[in-house]
Write a protein that binds this ligand. Structure first.
Ligand code: NAD
Length: 429
């Protein structure tokens, strides 16, 4: 077969963002591990479609500001594009391409019938009034109108966007179609087609995977000692589900710092405390601890659920945990992953560990499509039925090839895409 040649230079200068170049490096390594078809590898290294749109918005003072919005549709081999919408001042095309590439991988490794996409607007949403944010969202949705839809591309919330943003997106799209189209976005409020269980889904997925990872190292979550960085959506739910399963959560932290109790924290009480006090510090019967010291605590499982890059080559050698389950995106750097693998610390990578959110987004889309809604119990069980086999598949390949699980998860994702691309073939040939 002749090799694929690329000529789309208009896109090429956006393909330099470190998020993207790191993702491509990892895809190349994974491709080499499974001896992936080289034409498939070439196709996986370019986004299928990159949109940039002007988003004019009437501000509260009646002036008009023009923002820039993006949507990158990276790959649709396995199904409609799927991925979040980010509102942040640093958003640019390069970042969105990188994130869309990673969504392609994540959806593939989870076994979902989705391709990968991502979108965003270069804006600091904290500087907008509610009306301005609504105007921005509606015009952006309208500009994307011909390119999104339940069978085509399904956005969701990401940094700086929330269920209300998705409600406005869904309403705008539906107004323009002339009928109710809840399946155009996920992460909506439950009252208008959102799914039960979505709020806790990522944290629950982290704990399903943690339970399985404990099995692999001959332990159980019950009676284990767990440390969690971050006590937001992912961290607080993961803490609660671990606590309910009989784990001792020794320490948690947030932007205000960390708290420690060697006998384990009462997580339901801590959640109540944070509702009233906004931060974890000051919770009774605890010692203060820094975020840096928290990461180095002796424990059975460390769950970083806050920031990127908190475990790097500077602190990887000092860790005293038996395993790390990445609740956040990218908390362990690639170099640190290699060091930890050598030290025998088991790392469950983000694309597997925090996939619970996108899995329940998938359930939301299925429920919207059928107009038939499931109980939270059904959703939580179905989540386990998807995330645990995905974990097992990646674990088996990591053993077979003797590689860390980040590499094997990437390889599982690439192999599924490869198979589907080869079956579908190239149009036109
Ligand atoms: P969130 O905003 O609800 O919570 C973030 C937490 O991190 C907060 O407790 C915050 O105080 C803490 N934090 C911020 N700065 C910190 C610092 N310097 N040191 C320690 N803690 C700090 O966010 P979230 O939704 O829980 O997301 C957390 C991570 O998980 C992000 O990387 C996100 O991309 C990833 N993620 C989230 C989901 C989801 O469904 N929410 C899904 C997949 C991945």
């Amino acid at each position: 077969m002749p090799e694929v040649q690329h000529t789309s230079q208009a896109v090429d200068h956006h393909l330099t963002h470190p998020l993207f170049t790191n993702a491509i490096k990892a895809i190349e390594e994974a491709g080499a591990l499974i001896n992936c078809d080289k034409n498939v590898m070439a196709r996986l290294q370019k986004p299928k479609r990159c949109l940039a749109v002007a988003v004019p918005v009437r501000m509260d003072d009646y002036t008009v500001k023009v923002f820039t919005g993006y949507r990158v549709q990276y790959n649709s081999t396995l199904g409609p594009f799927k991925g979040g919408i980010r509102y942040h001042q640093n958003v640019d095309m390069g970042e969105v391409v990188g994130l869309a590439c990673l969504m392609t991988i994540k959806n593939s490794v989870m076994g979902l019938p989705y391709g990968g996409g991502k979108g965003g607007i270069t804006v600091d949403p904290t500087k907008l009034s509610r009306t301005e944010k609504q105007n921005l969202t509606r015009r952006y949705t309208s500009e994307l109108g011909p390119f999104i839809g339940p069978q085509l591309d399904i956005p969701a919330p990401d940094v700086g966007t929330d269920p209300q943003t998705m409600a406005w997106m869904m309403d705008t799209y539906s107004q323009e179609q002339g009928y109710f189209v809840p399946g155009v976005v996920t992460g909506k409020p439950v009252e208008i087609g959102g799914s039960l269980g979505r709020a806790g889904a990522t944290g629950l997925g982290v704990i399903y995977v943690t339970e399985k990872a404990f099995e692999k190292i001959g332990k159980t979550i019950k009676g284990s000692k767990i440390v969690i960085q971050g006590f937001g959506n992912v961290g607080s739910h993961a803490a609660l589900y671990a606590y309910e399963r009989g784990a001792k959560v020794l320490a948690v932290s947030d932007v205000s710092g960390g708290i420690f109790n060697g006998d384990g924290l009462n997580i339901p009480e801590l959640i109540e405390y944070v509702k009233n006090n906004k931060v974890v510090t000051g919770f009774p019967k605890t010692q203060k601890i820094t975020n840096e010291a928290l990461i180095e605590l002796e424990c059975d499982a460390l769950l970083p659920c806050a920031l990127e890059g908190v475990i790097d080559s500077n602190n990887a050698e000092k860790l005293k945990t038996k395993m790390i389950v990445e609740g956040a995106n990218g908390p362990v750097t690639n170099n640190a992953t290699k060091i930890l693998h050598k030290k025998g610390i088991f790392v469950v990578p983000d694309i597997v560990a925090n996939g619970g959110g996108v899995v329940v987004s998938y359930f939301e889309w299925v429920q919207d499509t059928m107009s038939f809604f499931w109980s939270e119990k059904e959703i939580n069980e179905k989540l386990r039925d998807i995330i645990v086999p995905a974990f097992e598949k990646c674990f088996a390949l990591s053993k077979e090839k003797d590689v860390d699980m980040r590499t094997s998860a990437m390889a599982v994702a690439v192999a599924r895409l490869e198979k589907a691309m080869l079956l579908r073939g190239l149009y036109p040939r």
